[in-house]
Design a protein around this ligand. Structure first.
Ligand code: GSH
Length: 251
């Protein structure tokens, strides 16, 4: 059976797994319930182990957590490996992925959602581009509910929180650049899980055209930050990773 990916189209954590599946040329089916409702689905799918998306269903096993899913994909589909063999490179790749997952991903989300909440018109546009097809026309009432959910779940209501989150995004670029040094990739000389983690988690800031979801525009402060960062080595590296390695969706 083809694996089934339960995902949120807009989500950068979910972009990691779509990218891994497509890079490894694994054909899969995708399911996207309404964001906000997905926690109940994740809990159901994983029998209470996981309340976040992505979750993948292999038929005989369901795995949640973006990096754990990429490890499981390599075990089941060894071609075009993304996680290095056991040893120093593997330890480094998984440690870097964990750092980007914990110290960067949540802050990108908090900052971008904060700015979206302050710009309801843009929120509506982003939602209508990003929501799964049947939910696109949910109307202003539904959008309000979703805004409230993301605002309270991700700490995106607080202005102070957003200032801190923006600083953490910049710290993410600093770490990325210092780990890259002069190299093309974060670990060794080939593309892998650490690169997918860093590049996917920064996609809402960088806005590469190859990502699964693209947006016509972001709130003005996010556009401004994008412009401010656009000459940085880390920003150009994210663009380059998408250009070089992001295959179009097969699902
Ligand atoms: N560490 C998890 C994080 C995934 C995550 O935060 N997913 C979000 C969507 S971006 C989610 O489902 N959140 C539900 C919630 O926190 O209530 C991973 O790597 O998969």
């Amino acid at each position: 059976m083809e694996p089934v990916l339960w995902h949120i189209t807009i989500s950068h954590f979910n972009e990691k797994v779509r990218w891994a599946l497509e890079f490894k040329e694994i054909s899969y089916r995708a399911r996207a319930p309404l964001p906000g409702m997905h926690m109940a689905v994740a809990l159901f799918l994983t029998r209470g182990r996981q309340y976040t998306f992505p979750v993948i269903d292999f038929g005989d096993e369901r795995v949640g957590g973006s990096t754990a899913i990429i490890e499981a994909l390599d075990q089941r589909y060894p071609a075009r490996p993304l996680v290095p063999e056991p040893g120093k490179d593997r330890d480094r790749a998984l440690a870097l992925s964990a750092w980007f997952d914990d110290e960067l991903g949540p802050y990108v989300r908090q900052y971008v959602f904060h700015e979206l909440i302050l710009d309801p018109e843009c929120f509506e546009e982003v939602f209508s581009q990003a929501a799964p097809g049947p939910f696109r026309k949910i109307g202003p009432g539904g959008e309000k509910v979703i805004r409230t959910i993301v605002g309270s779940r991700y700490g995106a209501m607080s202005g102070e929180g957003a200032v801190e989150a923006r600083a953490r995004v910049l710290a993410g670029f600093d770490r990325l650049e210092s780990e890259l040094g002069d190299g093309d990739y974060l670990v060794g000389d080939r593309f892998g899980v650490a690169d997918i983690s860093a590049a996917s988690l920064l996609y809402p800031i960088v806005g590469p055209p190859e990502s699964f979801t693209t947006f016509d525009r972001m709130p003005e402060p996010v556009e401004h930050l994008r412009h401010e960062l656009s000459d940085r080595r880390g920003f150009k590296w994210v663009e380059e990773m998408f250009r070089r390695h992001r295959r179009p969706a097969a699902a």
